[in-house]
Write a protein that binds this ligand. Structure first.
Ligand code: DGY
Length: 323
């Protein structure tokens, strides 16, 4: 009988994923679900043929340089791969894959939740009722910003951005976008293309980020860019914390340039930014954009599909590096 490849699953994935993985691979599973240090990742690499990590495991250049040559593929359980140095991994001959498509719906749902919650003061309202301090009502009370028919700017019109646009059209929003390249009309669905981020920001009463974190996009929402937004804009980030200069966001909240924000991603994760906790006009979630049972299964299965293809001698569908 041929030996099954040894696969390290670095976190507690869905039961269905673990069951399928255990059937097809000789698995090492982190049932305790703790985070791993760089040294632990490097040590484990000598014992396995493949790694199925989440975005919580960092494969930067220094870790990658020390990975054992036994590891042939890193099949990520994430669409974002900013935790992987793709060039360094390719240079080591390691194939890297991700899980696009399958989390677009769930992530766009969370972006809508954050946008609505920020605009309609969900944090303040929830606190008021929950604390028992809700003892009055007035037409001037907790007035928020209307989402329907407002202008939404989307930065990054890839898979998640396009689903976000679809959701927003359901709210009669006027959708505008910036993307590195303009979409074909059937994908645009009437959304207005802006050739520069700056042009988009000028009209974005609501702004939602849906682009990956790369060296080019890191810190893209800085003071100068927040300043370009219309006064009282609502800012939403479900993509990556690295896209945002959080000090600049806080200054924009202080000045009223940004009236409210909805954030699922932070520069420091886990943990977030304690300075933002003081702002009841900031609706925050702990990076749960893709956290539904259905999506977790789909992500796990997509990662396993990529592994199966690789060990069958094929190029995995979601290969980001080929060797
Ligand atoms: C992703 O897939 O990139 C999500 O952020 C969860 O890791």
């Amino acid at each position: 009988m041929t030996q099954k490849p040894v696969l390290w699953i670095t976190r507690k994935l869905s039961d269905a994923t673990l069951e399928r993985a255990s059937r097809d691979y000789d698995v090492i599973i982190n049932h305790e679900d703790g985070l791993h240090t760089a040294d632990e990742i490097i040590a484990m690499s000598a014992k396995v043929d493949a790694i199925l990590p989440c975005h919580s495991e960092i494969f930067d250049a220094s870790v990658t340089a020390k990975l054992d040559s036994r590891v042939k593929i890193i099949a990520n359980h994430s669409v974002g791969v900013d935790h992987c140095d793709l060039n360094a991994l390719a240079a080591r001959g390691i194939v890297v894959t991700n899980t696009p498509d399958v989390l677009s719906d769930a992530t766009a749902d969370i972006a809508m939740l954050l946008m609505l919650g920020a605009a309609r003061r969900a944090v303040e309202g929830d606190r008021l009722v929950r604390s028992g301090e809700w003892d009055f009502w007035s037409p001037a009370f907790m007035v928020g910003k209307q989402v329907s028919a407002a202008r939404l700017g989307i930065i990054g019109m890839g898979r998640v951005g396009q689903v976000m646009a679809k959701r927003a059209r359901g709210f009669d929003m006027d959708v505008h976008y910036y993307n590195r390249s303009r979409l074909a009309p059937d994908l645009e669905q009437g959304a207005v293309y802006h050739e520069t981020v700056e042009s988009l920001l000028g009209i974005a009463d609501f702004l939602s980020l849906h682009c990956p974190a790369t060296p080019e996009t890191t810190g893209m929402m800085n003071t100068a860019r927040f300043d370009l937004l219309p006064d009282g804009a609502v800012f939403v980030n479900t993509a990556r914390g690295a896209l945002v200069d959080e000090d600049a966001l806080i200054a924009a909240l202080d000045s009223g340039k940004v009236a409210a924000a909805g954030l699922d991603c932070f520069l420091t994760e886990p943990g977030g930014n304690p300075a933002l906790s003081a702002y009841s006009n900031v609706f925050m979630l702990p990076h749960i954009g893709s956290a539904t049972g259905e999506t977790r299964n789909a992500m796990g299965f997509r990662a396993l599909d990529n592994l199966d293809a690789f060990f069958a001698g094929n190029i995995p569908k979601d290969a980001l590096t080929t060797v």
